[in-house]
Write a protein that binds this ligand. Structure first.
Ligand code: AMP
Ligand code: MN
Ligand code: MN
Ligand code: MN
Length: 299
């Protein structure tokens, strides 16, 4: 029952460049059978994506990638198969959106002082909604010739020690995982290799995540190397975590990442998309979290 998954993608609802409908259409063309839309800190693209998914005949998993501060740094937790109408999750994400607006204003002020006036307005012009992220600032600065591409804007302007850097003050791991679970979803550690944690810190992070009720980890990710696949397959096995796979697609401007072009999970991984009920595509099932976990416990 192997289906082609891609469980980590972005649309214009956050910092992707395809609309939710365009993203789903492209995923269908690429042969993706089970697609999760996981925009940063928002569920705003899910309705359009679900409609397009019905049209194209692929399974859409409702998701979000939640920004978290843990151990003094930013980490990302992907929520999969969440009920988009869940109040606790929606309220939590509204708070993050509010924080993003304050942070964007602060990034704008800092860039202004560094000689880039109008950066906030410029970044907003690159955003399709009120959600403004660093990528929107990066696209604005590229358009002004400040650097050759988005990557180099990050390197020269937006990371720690650079003029437009603002230390993120996101939500706690408990909050993010709690909201996702309360919405009937599964919490997954996004692109763990990106954090540059030592083994000791990774162990503490995974243990804290499991203690909060986290269930999955991205073993295969667009930002992982082959070695990373095996490293995180081992971590998954050690902690009984389900394995996820996602490209972290942001749009065709990054041609080195494509939807659904992911290698198979290493031997011994339990794919999260094989969880019973995971792709039932029905978000009205209010009793789902319990029943889902019961089914699994019996399996
Ligand atoms: P934010 O959540 O607004 O701080 O932005 C985080 C997003 O910025 C990530 O999801 C990536 O899309 C993008 N990003 C982070 N670091 C880099 C980088 N070094 N080069 C290009 N994009 C990056
Ligand atoms: Mn992003
Ligand atoms: Mn991320
Ligand atoms: Mn992402």
């Amino acid at each position: 029952m192997t289906r082609i998954p891609d469980l980590h993608t972005h649309s214009t609802a956050s910092d992707g460049t395809l609309t939710p409908r365009e993203l789903v259409a492209r995923a269908a063309r690429q042969g993706v059978e089970i697609l999760a839309l996981t925009d940063h800190d928002t569920l705003a693209g899910l309705e359009d994506a679900a409609e397009a998914a019905r049209f194209h005949g692929l399974t859409l998993v409702s998701g979000a990638e939640v920004s978290v501060t843990w151990g003094g740094r930013t980490v990302h937790i992907v929520g999969l198969n969440v009920d988009p109408s869940a109040v606790e999750l929606r309220t939590g994400l509204d708070g993050l959106l509010n924080y993003r607006q304050q942070r964007a204003a602060e990034i704008g002020r800092r860039l202004e002082r560094a000689g880039w006036p109008g950066a906030l307005e410029g970044a907003k012009a690159f955003a399709a909604s009120e959600l403004v992220g660093r990528t929107h600032f990066a696209r604005f600065l590229v358009s002004r010739g400040a650097a050759k591409d988005v990557r180099s804007v990050f390197k020269h302007f937006l990371v720690k020690g650079k003029p437009g850097h603002v230390t993120g003050e996101w939500v706690t791991l408990e909050q993010a995982v709690g909201w996702i679970r309360a919405a009937g979803g599964e919490a997954v550690i996004a692109h763990p290799a990106r954090y540059g944690f030592t083994r000791t810190k990774m162990k503490r992070f995974i243990e804290a995540f499991v203690a909060c009720g986290g269930r999955g980890i991205e073993v295969v990710s667009g930002s992982h190397s082959r070695d990373d696949y095996f490293t995180f397959a081992r971590w998954a096995r050690e902690y009984g975590l389900l394995a996820s796979a996602g490209s972290d697609y942001h749009g065709p401007e990054s041609p080195w990442v494509e939807l659904g072009r992911l290698p198979e999970l290493p031997e011994g991984c339990r794919p999260i998309w094989d969880l019973p009920g995971f792709t039932a595509n029905d978000h009205q099932r209010l009793s789902k979290p319990e029943s889902l976990h019961q089914v699994e416990a019996q399996a």
